[in-house]
Unconditional design. Structure first.
Length: 134
């Protein structure tokens, strides 16, 4: 096990894929689940069962971070595809490393704002979740 402190992660989206990511973050000794972002009412029970706060938007999570109420190193974005780019841009602008579920966008053109933001970020890391091989 690493001598570094665990990486503090928030999962954005607590649907089927989000719940899988939550379970992996919780099971991994080198990560700590610090929050869940979910606007659907079912998210409250998931957050409660994992003993973490729930936020209904990334903006609310960022406000809590700015207020010193939560420490955060990165996010996993598990929301519907059409929200990935905007959430990714917001997270990168906040200096957070990201894992974004696939597909990152519906077209190459749609992903350009995120790519531009990453390029201007000064080193924020972004990974697109592609775990299956052909």
């Amino acid at each position: 096990m690493s001598e570094l402190p665990p990486v503090r992660i928030a999962v954005i989206g607590a649907g089927l894929i989000g719940r899988r990511h939550i379970s992996h973050v919780v099971a991994e000794p080198e990560t700590t689940l610090v929050a869940i972002v979910e606007s659907h009412p079912s998210g409250a029970a998931i957050a409660e069962s994992n003993k973490v706060p729930i936020f209904t938007s990334l903006t609310d999570l960022m406000d809590a971070r700015k207020a010193g109420q939560i420490e955060l190193d990165g996010v996993i974005i598990c929301t519907p595809t059409h929200t990935h780019v905007q959430l990714g841009v917001e997270a990168v602008q906040a200096g957070l490393d990201c894992l974004i579920e696939k597909p990152v966008a519906s077209t190459a053109e749609e992903v350009r704002p995120l790519l531009k933001c990453i390029g201007q970020s000064g080193g924020v890391k972004v990974l697109i979740g592609q775990h299956r091989r052909l």
